[in-house]
Design a binder for this molecule. Structure first.
Ligand code: PEP
Length: 264
């Protein structure tokens, strides 16, 4: 089955980096598996990366969403520094990351002021992504932190986080979840392959339990957290893993291209 291989660049890169990166990537990509490759560059460089999209056949996505021109109750929302789903679509994006742990920790800070005294919830952010006919495909990030894990609360935390995705009036085209244990992000530590498979299976069952009309084929679960060339093949081949979301290693063009070229 076709897998997703996604590169989360976070706040890295500049014009020179992008030019060098795609000169190499376009020449050396040999994606015989026809996996779906997605780049999540910083918003300011979306256009620079978009130029190489046709040549290398990848998709583009935004790293977060904070306004879509209207609040969840339909009233206008004006936000300095806001980026709407329409803007992402206008700039060639088809995906959006929602609920990344680095954003969750600041979500009460992003939208705060006289009009709204709280941050947007993850559900509200998803609704913003789904508004309009050309909606963005949400990749919804979930994951427990180290304390949750040590307390044996992983399943409870994941199930609570998944409520935000499942109990919406509007449904995404496909349910794509990225399981990113917070303790594995950028740390060099990863769960065992058995644990990854077990948790991905749990995420799929939990969504199916909450939304009985869905079929398993409508759900994909990606793994994220310290994926690199050494561990990518094993992770991608593990049961219930439908792809990977890669941070640090996606900035190293040779390493990321080799991951995209893996025979899975
Ligand atoms: C991430 O932050 O989404 C991520 C997966 O980072 P890394 O691969 O660097 O752990």
């Amino acid at each position: 089955m076709k897998k997703i291989i996604a590169a989360n660049w976070k706040n890295n890169g500049d014009k020179k980096f992008i030019k060098n990166y795609f000169e190499y990537f376009s020449k050396n990509l040999n994606n015989t598996n026809k996996n779906e490759i997605i780049f999540f560059p910083p918003d300011l460089y979306m256009d620079q990366v978009d130029k190489y999209k046709k040549q290398s056949n990848f998709r583009l996505g935004g790293q977060t969403l904070n306004t879509a021109g209207s609040d969840s109750d339909g009233s206008d929302l004006v936000l300095t520094s806001g980026t709407s789903s329409e803007m992402y679509i206008d700039n060639g994006c088809s995906y959006i990351l929602i609920g990344h742990s680095e954003i969750r920790q600041f979500s009460n800070f992003l939208i705060d002021g006289p009009k709204m005294d709280r941050g947007l919830t993850e559900s509200e952010t998803i609704i913003l992504a789904l508004q309009g006919s050309d909606s963005l495909q949400v990749i919804f990030c979930v994951g427990e932190n180290e304390d949750d894990k040590n307390a044996g609360d992983t399943h409870t935390i994941l199930s609570e986080q998944l409520d935000d995705l499942c109990y919406l009036k509007v449904k995404p085209k496909k349910f794509i979840v990225a399981y990113e244990p917070v303790w594995a992000i950028g740390s060099g530590k990863i769960p065992t392959l058995e644990d990854i498979s077990f948790i991905h299976r749990f995420i799929k069952s939990s969504i199916l339990e909450k939304l009985s009309s869905l079929k398993e084929k409508d759900i994909m679960v990606l793994y994220g957290g310290s994926v690199n060339l050494k561990n990518a093949k094993d992770i991608l081949c593990a049961p219930h893993v439908d792809g990977v979301l890669i941070g640090g290693a996606s900035l190293k063009v040779k390493e990321f291209t080799s991951i995209c070229n893996l025979k899975i």
